[in-house]
Unconditional design. Structure first.
Ligand SMILES: Nc1ncnc2c1ncn2[C@@H]1O[C@H](COP(=O)(O)OP(=O)(O)OP(=O)(O)O)[C@@H](O)[C@H]1O
Ligand SMILES: [Mg+2]
Length: 356
């Protein structure tokens, strides 16, 4: 949707060569980048006055609203509905997970996966790198991928394995994945600022950030730095959400967990990063190990019902548990007689099974 924007930054009122150079130095090369910026970012990082920053952002957002790329201040539900109609869903290759997302990972949204080590966050990201390249008719996004790797866990050989298992052209799949290796928090902030340009230049339809928090968590240690860390994470999340909407792309982030000592009942783990990440993510899914399988739980969504499902990690990436290996969780065990009756009934359906 971004290819139709012909307005250049220098066409905006008050933008001369000096301001243009300052913006470009900060990674802002299009009015889409500008519209996704915050006043504080421009003032603090680019030495632009408060008034100019306000005007530039206001003006770029006005143009984008006029052209239908951004929602107007007041829009009819019909317009919103039409905009949502442009949303595309990308398969995860697991029917169960797709069902949990009512069809797959959405564009115009930030989807967060959080869970403990080995719960499958990186494996889901790797799988999406392949499925998102499928044509729209095959439930892909028909575009390329930008993988922001903050933990050095991106493995091209794993991509090759998944693609090969699925009889896809391995070289082509690998060529279409652009990897940004990020080593510190400010580098991540810079990459996120430059996302607009990268997305446009490389026909990106899926951005993965694995993980969103590890670098900030490692660099901002101690209570005294918490508010600065949260401010920075907030700016990153705010920008990711805007970018997903403006460019109609899917953004998937992973997050770590932390212990929640005030929990007396139930699972004492919660997502790291506090409310800032949770509020800015459109969908928040908690992943847990469940024996050989993994459980995905929809924790927060504006439109999905609360739900959970199981998936597995295989050579082909993410998949569904083998029907024959399905077990009934102990808390849901039913008397032997009822199980036999259910097994003989022709009405037993898959949907009920996968909901566990
Ligand atoms: N080729 C494969 N075939 C089957 N299972 C695999 C394969 N590769 C990885 N796995 C499984 O994936 C698990 C690792 O999952 P993943 O790397 O996605 O965890 P994570 O949630 O990203 O953890 P972390 O928080 O450490 O980053 C391994 O424990 C292994 O069980
Ligand atoms: Mg990982």
């Amino acid at each position: 949707m971004s290819e139709a924007i012909e307005v250049d930054i220098s066409d905006l009122p008050g933008v001369g060569p000096a301001t243009k150079a300052k913006l470009e130095a900060g990674g802002i090369t299009t009015i889409l980048d500008l519209a996704a910026s915050t006043v504080n970012e421009l003032v603090d990082n680019l030495n632009i006055t408060d008034e100019t920053a306000h005007n530039l952002i206001f003006e770029s957002q006005r143009i984008l609203k006029e052209k239908g790329y951004l929602e107007k201040d007041l829009v009819s539900a019909q317009e919103l509905y039409d905009r949502r109609a442009k949303m595309v869903r990308c398969t995860t290759y697991s029917n169960n997970l797709d069902k949990l997302f009512l069809g797959g990972i959405e564009t115009q949204a930030v989807t967060e996966f959080y869970g403990e080590f080995g719960s499958g966050k990186t494996q889901i990201c790797h799988t999406l790198c392949i499925s998102s390249q499928l044509p729209i008719e095959e439930h892909g996004l028909a575009g390329n991928v930008l993988y922001v790797d903050t933990e050095s866990t991106f493995r091209p050989e794993r991509i090759a394995q998944i693609a090969k298992t699925r009889n896809m052209d391995v070289d082509k799949i690998l060529e279409n994945i652009h990897v940004a290796k990020v080593y510190n928090a400010s580098h991540l902030e810079l990459i996120v600022k430059a996302l607009g340009g990268l997305i446009q230049q490389n026909n990106i339809k899926l951005v993965v950030v694995d993980s969103i928090i590890s670098l900030h968590r490692a660099e901002f240690v101690g209570r005294g730095t918490l508010s600065e860390r949260q401010q920075k994470l907030n700016a990153i999340m705010h920008r990711l959400k805007r970018i997903a909407e403006i460019y109609n792309i899917a953004i998937v982030i992973t997050n770590q967990v932390q212990a929640s000592p005030d929990t007396f009942f139930g699972d004492p783990t919660k997502a790291a990063g506090g409310n800032i990440i949770g509020h800015a993510s459109t969908y928040r899914v908690y992943l847990r190990k469940a024996g050989q399988e993994r459980k995905a739980i929809m924790i927060d969504s504006p439109c999905h019902p609360y739900g959970d499902t199981n998936f597995v990690i295989t050579e082909g990436g993410i998949g569904d548990p083998d029907e024959t290996k399905k077990t009934i969780p102990s808390w849901k065990k039913v008397p032997e007689k009822a199980v036999r009756k259910a097994a003989s009934s022709k009405e037993s359906d898959d949907d009920k099974d996968s909901e566990e």
